[in-house]
Ligand binder design. Structure first.
Ligand code: AMP
Ligand code: TRP
Length: 325
């Protein structure tokens, strides 16, 4: 049987190029060979959300981006976490085998406490337990994620080992699966591209938006004048050329080092590359937006298919834990 892939992402609305190259590319590649479950984890979003006013729209936008990018609902089960309520029960059961100190030392938890000390809820501490529950409810063996999720995956493996040693071999140990580009830097060059840092470029942006956003991107800070030689290895724009203008990368690198090309022209080339790369995706997206019924059916069908697996796993877990005879 084909290996099971489980992947989740919080409903952050329209996806950016970090999501695309770090995550979505693997959803598309793996569905050809594996049994894939792609989940919009709306319950995880609640751990940090101040309002749920845009939640449905964000879920919808993300699903549309996945489909437009090439996720095929005939090959992958595309669904929303809360539509399969078995997740809540498994989360409770796994919370009983997870030592609190494992959760308190998770780097993303510590960061969130530092950033929002006023909003540290009980659910936030359990974030990695809920994430582990997602993976094991569907017996995921391979988990496509960006680099920032590796500590969570390590913890999931520890929880699985602990559960299996207490109650028998119920769950496979999940393995993270990175793409060739597991960490895309933000347009401001300050670190990871992310919605919260507002340094992102959405894959569905219009050509005008793409040109505008890229024209303000950060480049090599040592290059103050057009005639200064550039250092592509530290340049954010150059790192994006590798994905969007792969056939011209060598030439651009040489031209940059020799001050043959200036940052303005280099950004224009990149912007054109991005416009061309995502052109077909933008068209498919526009068609999907005109078909809300189709998108609703995709996630409804996904929930039905996911629930079959979820119910079966939960029964197995309850038997292993002697919660039923
Ligand atoms: P998020 O939008 O942060 O919930 O992330 C959804 C998925 O995209 C996760 O697998 C992340 O690891 C991945 N991801 C998010 N931002 C980036 C980035 N800048 N570079 C690479 N992967 C990313
Ligand atoms: N924590 C992941 C993120 O922020 C989202 C997630 C939740 C996930 N459950 C998962 C990822 C299960 C992979 C598998 O991107």
């Amino acid at each position: 049987m084909a290996k099971r892939v489980f992947s989740g992402a919080r409903p952050t609305g329209r996806q950016h190029i970090g999501n695309y190259f770090g995550h979505i590319l693997n959803l598309i590649a793996l569905q050809e060979e594996y049994d894939c479950f792609d989940c919009v984890v709306d319950l995880h979003a609640l751990t940090t959300l101040e309002s749920t006013a845009t939640l449905q729209q964000d879920v919808n936008d993300m699903v549309i981006d996945w489909l437009a990018a090439g996720v095929d609902p005939e090959k992958s089960v595309v669904f929303v976490q809360s539509h399969v309520p078995e997740i809540a029960e498994l989360h409770l059961l796994l919370s009983m085998v997870t030592p609190l100190n494992w959760l308190l030392r998770v780097p993303t938890f510590k960061d969130k406490v530092k950033m929002h000390p006023e909003n540290v809820n009980y659910g936030l501490v359990g974030y990695p337990v809920l994430m582990t529950s997602d993976i094991v409810l569907y017996k995921g063996e391979v988990v496509p994620v960006g680099e920032d999720q590796l500590p969570h995956l390590e913890l999931a493996r520890e929880i699985v080992r602990r559960f299996n040693s207490m109650f028998g071999d119920v769950f496979p140990e999940p393995q993270a699966k990175l793409t060739e580009f597991p960490m895309i830097v933000g347009l401001d060059g300050s670190g990871k591209m992310s919605k919260s840092a507002e340094n992102y470029l959405e894959i569905s942006s219009t050509p005008d938006e793409i040109r505008r956003r890229i024209s303000t991107a950060f480049t090599d800070p040592a290059r103050k004048r057009r005639t200064d030689p550039g250092h592509p290895e530290v340049c954010n724009v150059f790192s994006l050329h590798k994905m969007f203008t792969p056939r011209r990368v060598v030439e651009i690198e040489t031209e940059c080092r020799g001050a043959g090309i200036g940052c303005v022209d280099c950004k224009k080339l990149l912007a054109q590359g991005v416009v061309d790369y995502f052109g077909p995706l933008r068209e498919r997206r526009e068609a999907l937006v005109r078909e809300p019924e189709y998108v609703r059916n995709v996630v409804a069908d996904g929930a039905r298919r996911a629930a079959v697996v979820a119910r079966q796993t939960l029964e197995e877990v309850k038997s292993a834990m002697n919660l039923k005879s």
